[in-house]
Write a protein that binds this ligand. Structure first.
Ligand code: HEM
Ligand SMILES: CC(C)=CCC/C(C)=C/CC/C(C)=C/COP(=O)(O)OP(=O)(O)O
Length: 299
């Protein structure tokens, strides 16, 4: 990969940007809540701190690899052209070493202080995003983000196994929520940015199958997601406050999915994308509050 020369010196903010910090922050909120949901009482402080640190470092490493691999397409899209590797502010070697160092550190923390199961599952998620999604799926099929979404959906499971050392059906349910959430989250943005994706020949759904088809699929996934978010209540992982939150927040998501199809509001795609982020954050926070206010099950 040729590096684009630049005269500007790199600083810590460029390294921070490599890690996609806001995305990783939401993932860590989900992994931390996965930890709390796994136990009736308090999560041991060392697991809370070191577990989330290890997961965050590995997710940040995967994001840095994404910047490195995607630099050519990032250079051609308005949304991404000022990224540090795309501009050449950070060289390929610097980005690769940074990814290796933080990824290695994250894995070491998980192996030494948490458990091997969490370390291996986190490593699988890292490879799922950095290798399977970024290097292959993204360029191969409009189902890229559906399949690749599994890596991004892993954090609640990683948090759960960090505390218990075991995979539990309830943890998989939390993964399923994020898995079903990812297509509406991303396709809303992809509709807004479809011309850029077409320009760089990335086969995102609005490019390959059109905007109307994508909107229909956003609605279908939102309905599936809505139904899945009821399951924590049905399976007695969560109580009435969670149920209320899931219905109200899910109702808001359905509103935006229908607004998209009505096609009267040109801002609807970006509003849906922004709502998706607030939705996931709020759903998990309400789940956490409910867990302590209405402790329905410790199974
Ligand atoms: C394959 C799965 C996913 C895809 C393809 C995807 C795609 C994207 C894209 C393209 C952006 C825009 C980034 C930008 O503004 O430059 C974004 C933003 C964001 N995503 Fe996702 N995403 C995925 C999964 C997730 C997951 C699992 C989470 C969290 C649990 C998440 C949280 C966020 C957040 C918080 C932002 C806003 C970032 C910011 O404003 O800086 N995403 N996503
Ligand atoms: C260990 C672990 C939990 C790993 C998960 C890693 C991770 C940071 C996943 C992020 C998902 C995401 C932002 C995808 C967008 O990539 P894109 O290339 O389609 O978007 P872009 O054009 O903004 O780069």
């Amino acid at each position: 990969m040729a590096e684009v020369p630049t005269t500007e010196a790199a600083n810590w903010r460029d390294y921070k940007e490599l890690t996609k910090p806001n995305v990783v922050l939401l993932m860590i909120l989900c992994s931390a809540i996965g930890m709390f949901m796994a136990v009736p009482g308090m999560v041991p402080l060392d697991v809370l701190v070191l577990g989330n640190l290890g997961i965050a470092l590995c997710a940040g490493a995967a994001a840095a690899v994404n910047h490195l691999v995607d630099q050519r397409i990032d250079q051609q899209m308005a949304r991404t052209l000022s990224r540090p590797v795309a501009t050449g502010k950070l060289g390929n070697t610097q980005a690769a070493i940074f990814a290796l160092v933080i990824g290695g550190l994250g894995m070491a923390i998980l192996f030494i202080y948490i458990n091997a199961l969490t370390a291996w599952l986190t490593f699988a998620s890292l490879l799922g995003y950095a290798v399977v999604y970024t290097m292959f799926l993204k360029r191969a099929t409009p189902q890229n983000i559906v399949i690749g979404g599994l890596a991004g959906a892993a954090p609640p499971l990683l948090g759960w196994t960090a505390v218990t050392g075991e995979i539990h059906g309830h943890a998989l349910l939390l993964v399923l929520i994020i898995f079903a959430w990812t297509p509406p989250h991303f396709w809303a943005l992809a509709i807004h940015r479809r011309e850029e994706y077409a320009k760089v020949e990335i086969p995102m759904l609005p490019v390959t199958h059109g905007v109307a088809f994508t909107k229909l699929h956003i609605l279908l996934y939102t309905i599936i997601m809505f139904l899945i978010t009821l399951l924590p209540y049905v399976t007695r992982l969560s109580g009435p406050l969670y149920l209320l939150g899931a219905v109200v927040l899910g109702g808001g998501f359905l509103y935006w999915a229908i607004e998209l199809i009505r096609d009267k509001n040109p801002r609807a795609p970006m509003e849906t994308f922004k709502y998706s982020i607030i939705y996931l954050m709020a759903l998990f926070i309400i789940m956490l509050i409910d867990h302590y206010l209405f402790p329905v099950s410790t199974l």
